[in-house]
Structure formats: C-alpha cells, structure tokens
Design a binder for this molecule. Structure first.
Ligand SMILES: Cc1cc2nc3c(=O)[nH]c(=O)nc-3n(C[C@H](O)[C@H](O)[C@H](O)COP(=O)(O)OP(=O)(O)OC[C@H]3O[C@@H](n4cnc5c(N)ncnc54)[C@H](O)[C@@H]3O)c2cc1C
Ligand code: FES
Ligand code: FES
Length: 485
C-alpha cells in the first residue's frame, strides 16, 4: 500500500490508458462513473451482479508479482475503490480501427445480436484470454458464467471463445501482465452528495492498525471489502453509508499462511484468489469454489465478506464449520480467535464486536480425507443456496473416526449437525449406518418456508444428503473396498 492518507475530493483512475478524475458522491458505482465519462459500452442490466452487462477488466496483482486482468461487475464496485487503479473497458480493447481478437471472433461467429450484453461478454472473455495459464488449460467457459445473453444464444458465444488463439507478441495488454499491478493507494475521499447535501467519505487506510483505529473511533462506519453484497444494498435498497472503510486491499488481511498446525486464509482474499492459490490443497473448499456465484462475483467477493454478512445462507460457513475453522477478529485491543461454531448467535448476529474486523480464517490440520460440498439451489451455478451441506469425515479401518458436518439454510444461523456427528462416530462406514443417521440429520436445524424452498423440501434435502455423500465416496482412495460393504 502506497503513501499516507490525505483528504481528497477527487479519485484518479487510469481508464484505457488515460488518467481520469472521479469526483462524484462516494456511493457512485464504477459503472455510472464510466458511463458518465462517455464510455457507454458497459451497460446496466440488473444492477445487482446477476447479468454481467456491466463487466470491465481491472488490473489486479498476480501471485507472481505481475498483473492479472480481472473481470468484475462495475455496477457493484464503488468508483472510489478504483483510486490509483487501472481499468480497461470494452472500448479500450480495440486498437484504432483494428478490433481486438475477442471482438473479432464474437463478430464473425455471430456472437452478438441486440448487442446489449456484448461489451460485458467481451470484457469477461478478454480477461480469460489474458489468463496466463490458458495456453495449458484451454478457454474456461465458466469465465463467462456471470454473463447473460437474452437473444443470441450461447453456442455462437462459446464458438467465439473456443476459437481464440494466444495473444500476439506485441499485444500491449499481454505485455502489461509482466509489470506489477498498481498497489492499493491510501485513499480518503470526501464529497457532498448534491441530491441530499450530505458529505460522504470513502477511506482506504494503509494499514490494519489505521483501519482498526478508524473503526474504534466510530463503530458506525460501514466496512466494505469486495462490495458484492454492499453494492446490491446501495443499488437496490438505496443504502448510502456516509462513512465507508475499505479493507479489501489491506496487506495484513491478504495472503495465505501455512504452519504445521493450520492454514490461515487472509479475510480479504477473494474467492477467485483462494481458488487459484489453494489449488485443491483444501479439497472441501476446492469443491465449494466452483459452486459459489459466478467468476465475475468470485473475482470481487472476499471470504471475510461472506462471513461478515452473518447470513444463514452464505456458502462458506457450512464448509468452514465442517473444517472446524476459527476466525481471527482484530480491533485496537488486539486479536482474538473464535471457533466458527461459536461465532453465529442469531439471525445475522455474531459475537463480533462492532469495532472488530475479521482478519483471517484458520483451518486446523490435518484435514479429514473424505469431503463433500452439496449446494442445493434453484440453478446449478450463480445462485444462492436453499440448503448447503459441508462434510469432512475420517474413516479408520472401516470405522468412522471423526465426522464434521456443517449446515446452511436450515436455521437462523449456519450450524454444525452435532447429533448426526455423534451418531456416526464409532460406527462402521456402511450404507446401514448412513440410513440409520438419515432421520437424525433430517431433524437437525429448524428450516422455514421462504421464496427459495419450503421447510419440507429443506428437510428432505437433509434426509437424502448422507446417502448422496456415501455414494460420492465410493471409489475414494481413503475408502477401501473392505470398508464399503
Ligand atoms: C449475483 C450474486 C451472487 C451471489 N452468489 C453467492 C453465492 O453463491 N454464495 C454466497 O455465499 N454468496 C453469494 N453472494 C453474496 C456475496 O457475493 C458474498 O457474501 C461475498 O462473499 C461478500 O463478500 P464481499 O467482499 O463482496 O463483501 P462486502 O459486500 O464488501 O461486505 C459484506 C458484509 O460483510 C462485512 N465485511 C466485509 N469484510 C469484512 C471483514 N473483513 N470484517 C468484518 N466485516 C466485514 C461488510 O461490512 C458487509 O456487511 C452473491 C452475491 C451476488 C450479488
Ligand atoms: S448490471 Fe447486471 S451485473 Fe451489473
Ligand atoms: S445479444 Fe442481445 S442480450 Fe445478448
């Protein structure tokens, strides 16, 4: 993080190679700012992260010290968060009269009809085009999972993606990857909202100590990380947050630390960063990541933000409960560690004090070898869970030595299925045991009816879940044929 914070009434953003100034109210999102600059390629479709019409690319630090072009939903991102940053919109991809290879393929393969969604698709596709390991893996179509098209149909879009070659040797955005991304600038941006006359403030301090003292001085400050939840509050519910504290780029809350006893995940790591950097080394999380929202959302959403919402239907708590995770909470008074199982106290209520930040998530070692993440939602991808279940089980000599089960969507808080865990432990890992435990699991929690699912459906999903887990594990190396009867 560079430079000490000074009061400022403009934020500077490099857009398509040119520095531009933002001077709107702090709740302004990046989409409105860009469109106000005449860059009207990115569109507003939903204003809540669902359609991808607003997608742009931002320059984010890569693990190797270079830059990763990262697609994000500009409708959710505060424009002030781009202070000192670098952005490329669909307009910035073309070179004079020469269209970009992504634009060329979309045009010649009929990937666009009305064109409303097209700049967003182009931005997501370009970010994937510049992904450094794409040459080995091929084009990942899930990179487009946050982009919706109402009229073209996805086949021509998929054809365009699959037809892409590698960037040319003189491609400037490919070359840009080899230089560091802009480091997060310390920002204290203040502006009056002319509509309401109120002064809004967006602060991104340089250090965790500064962030903690801002929060200690005024616990009413709104903490924002990736803003994928907060952006929806602003756009759809009219939230303003006069005093924003941005924690997404604080170095002390980033990175992954490994010790002999635990793996510690920085709370401000995005889901995409964790997915990439853990690379399957925590298999249960490896199963969760692809089921969490879309690539566009995962590029912004942080793991700390998912726990910060206190939501009973967030996807990380069921998995983290099964992993017996602990949260590190930090304030001016210091840091303390709280078991996630003791963290939630009621609907969107937690033991976190108003002046505390979630700074890290610790996952104890060793990890249980049999894991599963089951997400039951109306759509397979890019949807909020109706029910989510995380399993981490250790089988020794055919017997269940340890079972940890985390549940989401079946009570006012995420919870551990402790009665089922107790019933399973010490029993043989057989279909008979699984059937014996099914009713106990079905009775865990107090599910309710809502627009996502009925209580009866949620209970039925719990009842069938263990059998699904058992079936998934047949053939797992940790379960020998002797152990499965
Ligand atoms: C289209 C869409 C799809 C989604 N799909 C899913 C999904 O599949 N699964 C799922 O679980 N969620 C989903 N979400 C919700 C959201 O993306 C996640 O909850 C995300 O992890 C929030 O992280 P963030 O960094 O964006 O949080 P923010 O929006 O920045 O903050 C969310 C809340 O957490 C608080 N907070 C943030 N960081 C901290 C911290 N370090 N310490 C204390 N408090 C903090 C903030 O004050 C705020 O109250 C979806 C959202 C959208 C818009
Ligand atoms: S406008 Fe739909 S995701 Fe941003
Ligand atoms: S081309 Fe019309 S919405 Fe996609």
């Amino acid at each position: 993080m560079s430079a000490a914070t000074t009061d400022q009434s403009t934020a500077e953003v490099t857009i398509n190679g040119t520095v531009r100034e933002f001077d709107g109210p702090p709740h302004t999102n990046a989409l409105d700012f860009l469109r106000g600059q005449g860059l009207t390629g990115a569109k507003e479709g939903c204003a809540e992260g669902e359609c991808g019409a607003c997608a742009i690319m931002v320059a984010r630090p890569d693990e190797s010290g270079g830059t990763r072009w990262t697609s994000v939903n500009s409708c959710l991102l505060p424009a002030a968060a781009l202070d000192g940053g670098e952005v490329v919109t669909s307009e910035g991809l073309a070179d004079g009269d020469s269209v970009h290879p992504v634009q060329e393929e979309m045009a010649v393969r009929g990937g666009s009809q009305c064109g409303y969604c097209t700049p967003g698709f182009i931005s997501s596709m370009a970010a994937e085009y510049y992904r450094p390991d794409r040459c080995e893996d091929g084009f990942d179509l899930h990179s487009l999972s946050g982009n919706l098209c109402r009229c073209t149909g996805y086949r021509p879009i998929r054809d365009a993606a699959n037809a892409l070659g590698q960037p040319a040797a003189d491609d400037p955005l490919a070359a840009r990857r080899d230089r560091p991304a802009p480091s997060a600038r310390a920002t204290d941006y203040q502006r009056a909202d002319t509509a309401t006359g109120t002064i809004g403030r967006y602060r991104r301090p340089s250090t965790l100590a500064e962030a903690a003292s801002i929060l200690s001085a005024d616990p009413e400050v709104t903490v924002v990380a990736g803003a994928t939840d907060w952006g929806v509050e602003v756009n759809i519910k009219g939230a303003r947050g006069k005093n924003i504290l941005a924690v997404d780029r604080l170095e002390e809350m980033r990175g992954i630390r490994r010790t002999a006893d635990f793996i510690e995940l920085g709370a401000s790591q995005t889901l995409s960063e964790l997915e990439r950097e853990l690379s399957g080394s925590i298999p249960l999380l490896g199963k969760l990541f692809p089921q969490f929202a879309s690539r566009l959302i995962r590029n912004g959403a942080t793991i700390g933000g998912n726990l910060g919402t206190g939501s009973p239907i967030g996807d990380t708590p069921p998995a983290l409960l099964a992993l017996e995770a602990e949260l590190v909470l930090t304030s001016v008074r210091g840091s303390r560690s709280v078991a996630l199982a003791d963290y939630f106290t009621g609907y969107r209520q937690t033991v976190r004090e108003a002046d505390e930040l979630i700074t890290a998530i610790r996952i104890p070692l060793p990890l249980s070898p049999l894991t599963s993440f089951q997400k039951i939602a109306k759509r397979r991808f890019d949807d909020i869970s109706s029910v989510a279940i995380g399993y981490a089980v250790d089988i020794q000599g055919g017997m269940i030595a340890k079972a940890r089960i985390g549940l989401g969507g079946v009570a006012a808080t995420p919870l551990r299925a402790t009665a089922t865990e107790a019933l399973l432990e010490g029993r043989p890992w057989t279909l008979e045991t699984v059937h014996a435990a099914a009713e106990t699991l079905a009775a865990e929690g107090t599910p309710m009816d809502d627009h996502r699912a009925s209580a009866k459906y949620r209970t039925a999903m719990l009842r069938s879940s263990l059998e699904r887990f058992y079936a998934e594990q047949l053939g797992h190396p940790a379960v020998t044929s002797k152990e499965v009867q």
